[in-house]
Design a protein around this ligand. Structure first.
Ligand SMILES: Cc1ncc(COP(=O)(O)O)c(C=O)c1O
Length: 279
């Protein structure tokens, strides 16, 4: 079921299947690719006409800041419109914060940047700093709907992972990691924008807090250039810096350093990044 949810075919769905039905995707707003919030809302409206009646929709699931999809940030009007649609039709609004949660965007959760609240939130990754733990958090009437013991699993509530999650929350607070995410992200953003003149393929730097990405497009045609992203990734690797790509076209480099990264290590990474981008 969850594999049907991802909006990225390669590599996650290619060669797999069949997938369960009744999972639909709509385009995510992207200024660079000329997709507006209105386009997204029109696509939802079309789904409600062409594929499924709004009253039958169980949930609308979205990432407030896309991970795999390319670190696009949801415009506030999109979040407001989803909240409105969900309230109007009795749909559960689910924010997937698996990648954007736990201080990464400069607030504890990316949804804290918006005026509206989801009904459910999914979380994992930084939740326990690498220990295997994930969670679903939500409004009591939904969370309490299964009978006691109705939801379980082999690893649910793993004591060591839960202890790690407590430590993570303490460290986020004690070391002011939300502020640190903003500060590091700002330095990264400036370093990337600094390379714009020498790297004409750098089409956009975007993100929130430390959830920053750089998108590369052909300087002449404006077409997404995965080759540029891969070249930068390879040259950085040769100098000891691991970078990760994302985006529907594989032409985006995302930055996911730990927020506890020592300053000198972060500086060294920025220096490698600058030198690779300038070449
Ligand atoms: C946004 C997002 N949601 C969900 C998942 C899957 O989470 P899990 O690996 O905990 O199943 C991932 C990546 O692993 C992700 O980036």
């Amino acid at each position: 079921m969850t594999m049907a949810l991802t909006g990225k075919v390669a590599p996650y769905k290619k060669g797999f299947g069949p997938f369960p039905g009744s999972v639909y995707h709509v385009p995510y707003p992207s200024q660079l690719h000329n997709i507006s919030t209105a386009d997204t809302l029109i696509a939802i409206e079309r789904l409600f006409k062409a594929d499924i009646d709004a009253s039958q929709v169980a949930a609308i699931i979205f990432e407030p800041v896309q991970g795999e999809g390319g670190f696009n940030v949801a415009p506030p009007e999109l979040i407001a419109a989803i909240r409105h649609l969900c309230d109007e039709h009795g749909i559960v609004m689910i924010a997937d914060e698996v990648q954007s949660g736990f201080a990464r965007t400069g607030k504890l959760f990316a949804m804290d940047h918006y005026a509206h609240q989801p009904d459910l939130m999914t979380m994992a990754k930084s939740l326990a700093g690498g220990m295997p733990l994930s969670g679903v958090v939500g409004k009591a009437d939904i969370m309490d709907a299964p009978s006691p013991g109705g939801l379980g699993g082999t690893y649910a509530g793993n004591p060591m992972a839960v202890a790690a999650a407590h430590a993570v929350l303490d460290i986020i607070e004690d070391e002011k990691l939300c502020q640190r995410a903003d500060a590091l992200g700002e330095r990264l953003r400036i370093a990337l924008l600094d390379c714009k003149e020498s790297c004409s393929e750098l089409a956009q730097v975007r993100g929130l807090g430390s959830m920053i990405a750089a998108e590369f497009c052909d300087a002449k045609t404006g077409e997404p250039s995965a080759a540029t992203a891969q070249r930068i990734q390879k040259n950085a690797l040769d100098q000891g810096l691991l970078l990760l790509t994302c985006g529907q076209y594989g032409n985006v480099i995302r930055f996911l350093y730990p927020l506890t990264i020592p300053d000198d290590q972060f500086d060294a990474a920025l220096n490698i990044l600058r030198s690779v981008m300038k070449h």
